[in-house]
Design a binder for this molecule. Structure first.
Ligand code: ATP
Length: 335
């Protein structure tokens, strides 16, 4: 595997050494060439700072960053072959779409004819043929997002950084753009590094992902690995709401003697009589495709998904709970 981006014990601390803000703290990371890589984590966990370290707008206070094997410590942003798509798109309002897209080529001194024809190619790529003469204000949010993408791609970067690029879009458009981005990345073969705090987005789009927590990587792996085998309670909670079951509950099912996580969809709700485990319904949320129940169980709250069609119990009702112990996952990260 060729590494597009490598972090070797990279840190970016802000403020005085006596009381630093550890935005990025001792991070090791390898992003494979041609992959769609997601950085997932709550607000303030260090994702954007990591992107800025890759683009060169931020310098590490410790460690080494390599892009395609080259130490980029002394390489300025414009020589890194990396481009960024920002959440607010950062389009120039007074320029038309064609000039916005061709801007990166103009900066390089490329002549107008070549610039315009490259801009038109990029607009075709993002399905915006014929929009070249419009101003950004005359576009929808999704169209502006595509212009920003075309502008970032015109310089043929080897790595494209995307900082919450779909954050400003409504849910339907967001889902459509997720599919488009994924297809575009596959077609171009460029390495995409994508920052999001939306776990569904990271799971559905990424080839692999890093889960950030307080400037560190809590786990790195494929979406299936991270979802099915969260290393810590933080990852289990953040990536798809997980039930964390205490040993006395899992033991009743022949499960492990440690804390274990269980995905809500693996918890079955049954009639209350004659079962080993029962709890009290404390909340019901209708999801359309089914219902999500909150259930108080031995002092912890767990969530279960009730498929559409199954009768929904009343709040306060006692229900039985069952699960297959092989669906339990012991978190190695905690004792
Ligand atoms: P969000 O999802 O909200 O964008 P994030 O995960 O991208 O969050 P960062 O923007 O990387 O997080 O910030 C990580 C931490 O570093 C935060 O506590 C932030 O306040 C701090 N930080 C970032 N930039 C600076 C700076 N220039 N000076 C001081 N602190 C900073």
């Amino acid at each position: 595997m060729t590494a597009a981006v490598e972090f070797l014990r990279v840190s970016r601390h802000f403020g005085p050494a006596s009381a630093p803000v550890k935005a990025v703290d001792d991070v090791d990371l390898t992003i494979a060439e041609g992959s769609f890589f997601a950085m997932l984590g709550p607000s303030g966990s260090g994702k954007t700072t990591c992107l800025r370290l890759i683009s060169g707008f931020e310098k590490p206070t410790g460690g080494t960053i390599r892009i395609f094997g080259q130490d980029v410590g002394d390489i300025p942003p414009n020589r890194r072959n990396v481009n960024t798509v920002f959440q607010d798109y950062a389009l120039f309002p007074h320029m038309n779409v064609r000039d916005n897209v061709g801007y990166g080529l103009m900066v390089k001194g490329v002549d107008r004819r070549t610039r315009d024809s490259r801009a038109e190619e990029m607009l075709a790529l993002v399905k915006l043929e014929g929009y070249g003469d419009r101003k950004p204000a005359q576009l929808s949010g999704g169209q502006r997002q595509r212009v920003a993408l075309a502008r970032a791609l015109v310089n043929e970067p080897k790595v494209l950084l995307l900082d919450e690029p779909l954050g400003a879009l409504d849910l339907k458009l967001r889902e459509a753009m997720q599919d488009e981005l994924k297809a575009l990345q596959a077609r171009l073969g460029i390495t995409f590094v994508f920052v999001t705090h939306d776990q569904g987005e990271a799971l559905s789009m990424a080839d692999s992902l890093a889960v950030f927590n307080e400037g560190r990587i809590a786990q790195i792996g494929t979406p299936a690995e991270v979802y099915a085998r969260p290393r810590t309670r933080f990852v289990a909670d953040f990536v798809g709401s997980s039930n964390v079951l205490p040993p006395e509950v899992t033991r009743a099912f022949g499960g492990p003697l440690k804390w274990a996580s269980l995905r809500p969809e693996m918890l079955r709700v049954t009639a209350a009589d004659g079962v080993a485990l029962s709890g009290t319904v404390t909340g019901i949320r209708y999801l359309g495709s089914g219902s999500r129940l909150s259930i108080a169980l031995n002092g912890t709250e767990v969530a279960a998904l009730l498929p559409a069609g199954q009768p929904v119990p009343d709040p306060g009702a006692t229900v039985g709970l069952a699960f297959d112990p092989t669906a339990l996952h012991v978190m190695e990260g905690e004792g």
